[in-house]
Design a protein around this ligand. Sequence first.
Ligand SMILES: C[S@@+](CC[C@H](N)C(=O)[O-])C[C@H]1O[C@@H](n2cnc3c(N)ncnc32)[C@H](O)[C@@H]1O
Length: 211
Amino acid sequence: MSDSTLEIEPAAAATLLGDRVELTRRFTQNLATHGEELGLIGPLELPRLWTRHVLNSALVAPLLRPGLVGDVGSGAGLPGLVLAIARPDVQFVLIEPMERRVAWLNDQVSDLELDNVTVLRERAEDVKLANRLDQVTARAVSAFRKLLPLTAPLLRDGGELVLMKGAGAQAEIEAAQKEMRKYKVSDARVQVLGEGLTEDVTRVILGTVRA
Ligand SMILES: C[S@@+](CC[C@H](N)C(=O)[O-])C[C@H]1O[C@@H](n2cnc3c(N)ncnc32)[C@H](O)[C@@H]1O
């Protein structure tokens, strides 16, 4: 049935991922095979798994700098595992409280032989990483206003938020002015990634934490 068939790999995958595309194919296939039974992706996601989930995450890779990046609420590994595949020069900490999801993430780290990933079974507000990270990513965790207390305290002075968002990203920034002052986030702005490359563009809210 067409509505439960894995999307054919778009040409943009090889363009975006270069020599990491083979490993990304393996992760995508693992997610297609086990994601629904493990409650990681919904039943309607297979026909758009590459475009909406994997490539959408991979578009963020060029924004990362060598250093320590935390992904808050990694779930199925989006964007954390895709970014760890795409950027072997960056160290990642995946922060995810749910046991079953943590087991999946650890299984994937082993299966894909990723040596740049640590998985922590924690809520972001409890994790012992205050002021330690260079950048923080998150996707589909909560509104920017509510995400700030979970992410900004983990960043060192000068560290950067890289938060994946939908079409309402600019409005989310406007609704978070009070929290931005409280968590010392300056220069919050929306960047659109993937225009002309994939059907689903990715929007990120970027912002810098100043002590
Ligand atoms: C809707 S899922 C999104 C998962 C993944 N980022 C994605 O885009 O597919 C939200 C994830 O955030 C996690 N989460 C919720 N509250 C959290 C918190 N306080 N700290 C860290 N992770 C949290 C949930 O367990 C869940 O895996």
